[in-house]
Design a protein around this ligand. Structure first.
Ligand code: GLU
Length: 480
């Protein structure tokens, strides 16, 4: 199998493009075939080199590697033109000198006369210029478009996703293959390039399905082998409409910046329109290569569920080993400007923190935010939590924190002893453990939710824990 991904570099690599690339890549890897890239950069006004870079970087980040040098469609211009001329010479295409204004006028007339169909209008208009005259005018340098002469009949193919698919050729306008400025249109360029690259399977979005009969007709007219076609369901937002910027992040790079892991993104993309046939949701790249099949691609739209992506990412984080979690977190913190030298935490404590925060984080960006009270000072206390845990009974809260401080000062610094001490304190005072842990948690982290309190103590160490407790006692006595 020779497959390809053919992005137009008019924007970043978005979710839909990444999914198309992934499905093609999975099929190529599974079959031992080739996965090729073609940059469709013939639209000079909208194509940008920075978009090419963003697309290639996005693919590399996902681990979707390509075979052979990427092809640039613009390099094929001469071949596109000569293919158009070949069709012209063979009588499968014709010159059209009709101007846009003439065409618009004729179309309005046809609509007014109620003839109903305009599908063959361009053919009728062009026929007013006999071939000999056309050749003469062309030789004299007059500009003309080349239109494909759509044959009668039906065009049928066995779509790899949708099954037998047919289009009545009578509904297909004689489409332009070469514009009057000598540039090829999308359908001609794609067929010419796919044939040249010996593509055997064209797998792309459903939005291209109406192009496929035109392309099949072009292959046949050019005498080329027709590849197999499969069309993937559109990706929809939660509102059932086609996924767009309205629905939030769409560029693959934005997901990376939000802290999504490439493995999770690949897993998530694979399930956008495909299912393994079981209720398994976590599948590694290797498992995907092994199990992917177009037969299991859905025909209807696939809904993009951001919450599921975050959940999945959390699952991937939970499966990483602690050293890897710590290293990744360091990287994210460094990206946020917090280098190792600025971390107020020794190595073993950082490791413990990363392991404790991992199950509470869906992304490393969330983890970096949660790590703030440990890697640096507590700057303020969550007001709602402070009202509840401290201000309702200031004297009581201060007394509890003083008792805690005394125990922290003398206890052996290990989880079991700390637990004994703090639970003992709760029992002595006749209160639930939460009445001890919660005022302390707030003192140590400034927030009402954190990993287990003993983890927090062990991460911060004795000295800092006592200092923070004392600062909270002072705060309770001097505010309000
Ligand atoms: N360049 C086209 C696009 O970005 C894809 C062409 C194709 O896959 O045939 O939609």
């Amino acid at each position: 199998m020779r497959l390809r991904f053919a992005p137009s570099p008019t924007g970043y690599l978005h979710v839909g493009g990444a999914r198309t690339a992934l499905f093609n890549w999975l099929l190529a890897r599974q079959s031992g075939g080739a996965f090729l890239l073609r940059i469709e950069d013939t639209d000079r006004n909208r194509s940008r080199p920075e978009h090419v870079d963003a697309i290639l970087n996005g693919l590399m980040w996902l681990g979707i590697g390509w075979d052979e040098e990427p092809v640039h469609q613009a390099d094929g211009l001469e071949r596109h033109r000569s293919d158009a001329m070949r069709l012209l010479d063979a009588g499968r295409a014709y010159r059209d000198f009709t101007t846009q204004a003439e065409f618009a006028r004729a179309r309005d007339d046809a609509v007014e006369a109620g003839t109903g169909t305009v599908a063959r209008l361009s053919r009728e208009l062009a026929a007013r210029v006999p071939p000999d005259e056309g050749r003469r005018r062309a030789e004299a340098g007059e500009a003309f478009a080349v239109r494909f002469l759509v044959p009668d009949g039906v065009t049928v193919w066995d779509d790899l996703v949708h099954g037998a698919t047919r289009f009545d050729n009578g509904q297909i306008d004689d489409f332009v293959i070469l514009r009057s400025d000598g540039t090829p249109t999308y359908n001609l360029a794609v067929v010419s390039d796919d044939a040249d690259m010996e593509i055997t399977h064209v797998v792309r979005g459903d939005d291209h399905i109406s192009n496929t009969p035109k392309q099949i007709l072009l292959y046949e007219a050019l005498g080329e082998d027709v590849p197999a076609f499969g069309h993937l369901p559109m990706i929809l937002g939660p509102d059932g409409k086609r996924l767009s910027k309205r629905h939030g992040a769409q560029a693959v790079g934005a997901f990376r910046d939000e802290g999504i892991l490439p493995e999770a993104m690949v897993n998530f993309l694979a399930l956008l329109g495909w299912s393994p046939g079981t209720d398994e949701e976590l599948l590694s790249g290797g498992e995907l290569v092994e199990r992917f099949s177009l037969e299991r691609v859905l025909k209807k739209g696939a809904v993009f569920d951001q919450a599921k992506l975050l959940w999945m990412n959390g699952q991937y984080i939970a499966r990483m080993d602690p050293a890897e979690i710590a290293a990744t977190l360091r990287g994210v913190l460094a990206d946020e400007g917090i280098r190792d030298s600025k971390l107020d935490l020794p190595e073993h404590a950082f490791l413990r923190m990363a392991a404790a925060l991992a199950p509470r984080s869906r992304t490393f960006v969330e983890m970096a935010a949660l790590s703030r009270p440990y890697i640096g000072p507590v700057r303020d206390y969550n007001p709602k939590a402070a009202r509840k845990a401290w201000y309702r009974d200031r004297d009581g809260a201060a007394a509890v924190l003083r008792a805690i401080r005394d125990r922290l000062a003398s206890a052996r610094w290990e989880e079991s002893t700390l637990a004994e001490e703090l639970r003992g304190l709760a029992a002595e005072r006749g209160v639930g453990a939460g009445k001890i842990f919660q005022p302390l948690r707030l003192a140590l982290t400034g927030v009402p939710a954190s990993p287990g309190i003993f983890d927090v103590l062990l991460i911060l160490g004795r000295e800092r824990s006592i200092r923070r407790t004392e600062r909270a006692i002072q705060h309770i006595g001097t505010t309000g």
